[in-house]
Design a binder for this molecule. Sequence first.
Ligand code: MLC
Ligand code: AMP
Length: 506
Amino acid sequence: MKNHNLFAALRAAFPSSLDDVAVETDNGLSYSWRDLERGTAMLANLLASLGLPAGARVAVQVEKSVEAMMLYLATLRAGYVFLPLNTAYQSAEIEYFIGNAEPSVMVCSSKNFGWVSKIAFKAGTRNVFTLDDDRTGSLLERAAHCSDRHEPVQRQADDLAAILYTSGTTGRSKGAMLTHGNMLSNALVLKDYWGWKKGDVLIHALPIFHVHGLFVAIHGALINGSKMIWLAKFDPKLVVRKLPEATVFMGVPTLYVRLLAEAGLTREACRNMRLFVAGSAPLLIETFNEWKERTGHTILERYGMSETVMLTSNPYQGAERRGGTVGFALPGVSLRVQGDDGQPLPAGEIGGIQVKGPNVFKGYWRMPEKTKEEFTADGYFKTGDVGKIDERGYIVIVGRSKDLIISGGYNVYPAEIEGYINDMPGVAESALVGVPHPDFGEVGVAVVIAKPGASLEGGRIVGELKSRLANFKIPKQCFVVSELPRNTMGKVQKNLLREQYKGLFA
Ligand code: MLC
Ligand code: AMP
């Protein structure tokens, strides 16, 4: 029987010369393909030794390291379900994810072990390990005693491989369930579509708890047997220094904006580069044009989601890469634009983007009703993005029907932040809106109304939020006002607030 385990496919793509360098880190370490093979086997054997139930979740909130990537690969290899968590999440956020996903294993940084283990044990998680970015921690200590041989566990294409939490527009986060088949089909399509070839070297500068860094970048390199230059954190100067050794780079638009601020970003520095990929948030046409001028390279913009991995891409070859568009539906993906009446719209008209394909997720973890709502009767997933297909067939995203702010490539759901603000003493009501920002693309601004007689101060509200929420969710400004603009139905008109504050960071 064919094994559809994603790890097995990635492993099969390792070069035959296992002693070649697979990953080179910014602190001078070098890992061979054999190291990846052995390290993931030992970690997979450790997981297998824990007597976990089928479908067990392995939740991970650790700093970026090659060992953290190996833990992801080992989880696939052992047939369990990987649940990555943003390192910025604080205790209330982690408590929700652990309570909702009920992981059997939790891996955290040793500095967080006290509070994370308390939450995890309370939720019934029996195994809590630590993993730090300097190759220490109880996870590696335990794995060191395990065999370095392991046969990837048999999986079907439809078996769960990962759960990615993506915040809900109302209420709490939803866990998008991705299967081995979702991710393998996408990785194979992208390998071909983006022309991955022998000798490619990827600069990996993104975090590894989201689709872009964890799946698109890592799967892309591994399934092509390509070396990665692994940066623990995005550092524009370091990326520029490493460019001559690389051929492929992937980033959210903020990374491109910051790279453009480096004098060292020149055609000469990019002389060996083959491909610059951008996505996760809209790439401004100014950035697209400036990049072309400075480097001679045309950024390839693509579009995806946690629920679907990659959906569309500008062409690698054969046609123009058009700035301001996200290209065409990838092979195997059906994409349509629908009007409010549920009818497909002709080219040029703006509506909701809906998609179908082998990459589209299985549903939201333990939320069958929510899953049903997000799919049409004929099986298309409603992305919540609003767009059109232009006269040449390129897909253009013009906005979102979901109330979502994308800041530096991270999603911020206003409903969540407003909920925290509204619970503060003296607050009658609040609204969080996204406004343009030169570095992060978009940032949140909070507008708050006090209860009669209460006196509030924007700075204190922000301070209070900082102690409770991940840093990227914190509004960059908070205004206390006497009223919010409303329509005749009494609904807050966020478009007017966005207009009012749009010049704040210009
Ligand atoms: C950091 N800060 C942010 C922020 N990142 N504020 C708003 N939005 C963000 N994204 C704030 C911190 O709160 C802090 O504020 C200050 O900036 C410095 O923090 P830092 O940690 O030092 O920031 P930095 O390292 O510079 O991080 C910026 C960044 C990072 C752009 C490198 O945000 C990043 O890696 N973004 C990529 C996200 C990503 O991978 N997205 C892919 C999603 S997948 P203060 O006030 O405390 O100083 C997806 C699907 C798809 O969407 O299609 O790919
Ligand atoms: P996430 O839930 O973090 O996976 O974020 C997915 C969302 O990011 C999508 O629904 C889009 O709104 C947005 N997105 C991803 N890529 C692009 C892009 N190239 N242009 C505009 N928005 C994008």
